[in-house]
Ligand binder design. Structure first.
Ligand code: FAD
Length: 333
């Protein structure tokens, strides 16, 4: 009896793990896979069970083939239809609902990106479930960890919904590289739901620099830069010397020093590079929320009591207008 009592829960767990099946909803733009969206697969791997990737759009088969090379995927569902190119939730949500029902998935995961945030609550609502946002860890198949109040409190969320809809924070689940996987490709169902919204145009900031969200090095400037002219004079050469992406605080963005696509923080982008070097940023909690998971944090600030020093691994107290050009020159040597 003792042996039975001990083994029963374990075998139940094992049996349950086998029943888990996750749909990882992935992003593409103009026929190119968005690598950071693969973080959904990493999170699915942590859950266990079988994993199916999902992509939709025009010329999508080559994207699906690339996804299939990610290790650990069982299958990739793809839907060839240009109506899904822009990821509009009005027709993408019914598309997902159809495929989730058909595949009887227990979990549906997407990145906590504009696409995921736009889409997942709608899909969850259509399936009478509650979506769980921006998870940073997984405790079990029904219990997830997510930060709230700009990362000042950590919430443990348990859900009884039969299908769990979740967006995952990319910086908490490193995206895998498509390498030697050989998942099978399968055409998904296409309900061809009408889309009342028309995509008119988009105006994207173009840059030859590494993508801010995924760069391994980021240099960020704040209000201390004083003007757009100084920001443009000091930050790009420093970024070039380090091969880094450029970020900015909200104060710098609001003051017009930098484009709002560069904002790091609670209402901007989450970054977790190897190196985050910031100048003229005080370290407000809303800024820290977007960068405190960086591996090494370095800062330049003339105020030694600025809160940024509390999270920084290394810091220089001094005038950035002198220190940034000096550092850039030394790095270039
Ligand atoms: P400041 O706080 O003004 O700091 C400027 C720093 O520069 C100071 O520490 C100063 O000592 C230093 N400095 C000045 N001159 C020099 C010099 N010559 N040399 C060296 N150092 C110098 N903020 C974000 O960044 N991202 C967000 O996503 C974000 N979301 C928000 C959401 C909400 C709901 C709210 C309420 C706020 C949000 N904020 C966000 C704003 C945030 O609270 C701060 O106001 C902002 O981060 C401050 O930016 P800053 O550090 O550049 O400016």
């Amino acid at each position: 009896c003792l042996q039975q009592c001990r083994t029963t829960p374990m075998s139940r767990t094992a049996a349950y793990a086998r029943l888990l099946s996750t749909l990882a909803v992935l992003e593409q733009r103009e026929g190119k896979l968005n690598m950071s969206s693969l973080a959904a697969i990493t999170a699915a791997q942590k859950l266990g069970g079988s994993i199916t990737g999902f992509v939709a759009g025009s010329n999508i088969k080559s994207v699906a083939e690339e996804v299939a090379k990610v290790e650990g995927l069982e299958k990739v569902l793809y839907v060839e239809n240009g109506d899904y190119d822009k990821g509009l939730p009005e027709n993408f949500a019914p598309l997902l609902v159809e495929n989730i029902k058909k595949g009887a998935f227990t979990h549906v995961l997407a990145g906590h990106s504009a696409f995921g945030k736009n889409l997942m609550p709608r899909v969850a609502a259509l399936m009478d479930s509650q979506q769980i946002s921006d998870i940073t860890d997984i405790e079990s198949e029904d219990t997830f960890i997510r930060p709230i109040y700009a990362g000042n409190a950590i919430l443990t969320v348990q859900t009884a919904d039969p299908v769990k809809f979740i967006t995952v924070r990319g910086t908490a689940f490193a995206a895998p590289e498509p390498t030697t996987g050989s998942a099978k490709l399968e055409e998904g169902a296409d309900p061809k739901a009408p889309c009342p919204t028309e995509w008119v145009s988009e105006d994207l900031a173009k840059s030859d620099r590494p993508d801010l969200s995924t760069a391994s090095r980021v240099v960020s400037g704040g209000r201390g830069l004083k003007s757009k002219e100084e920001f443009d004079k000091l930050m790009p050469p420093l970024a070039d010397a380090l091969g880094a992406a450029i970020g900015a605080s909200r104060a710098a963005v609001d003051s017009g020093f930098a484009d709002n696509s560069l904002q790091v923080g609670q209402t901007g982008k989450n970054v977790a590079p190897e190196l985050y070097l910031c100048a003229g940023i005080s370290g407000a909690i809303q800024h820290l929320a977007g960068m405190k998971d960086s591996k090494v944090i370095a800062c330049i600030n003339k105020d030694g009591d600025a809160p940024i020093f509390q999270v920084a691994d290394v810091g220089l107290i001094g005038d950035l207008f002198q220190l940034v050009p000096e550092m850039t020159e030394k790095l270039n040597k």
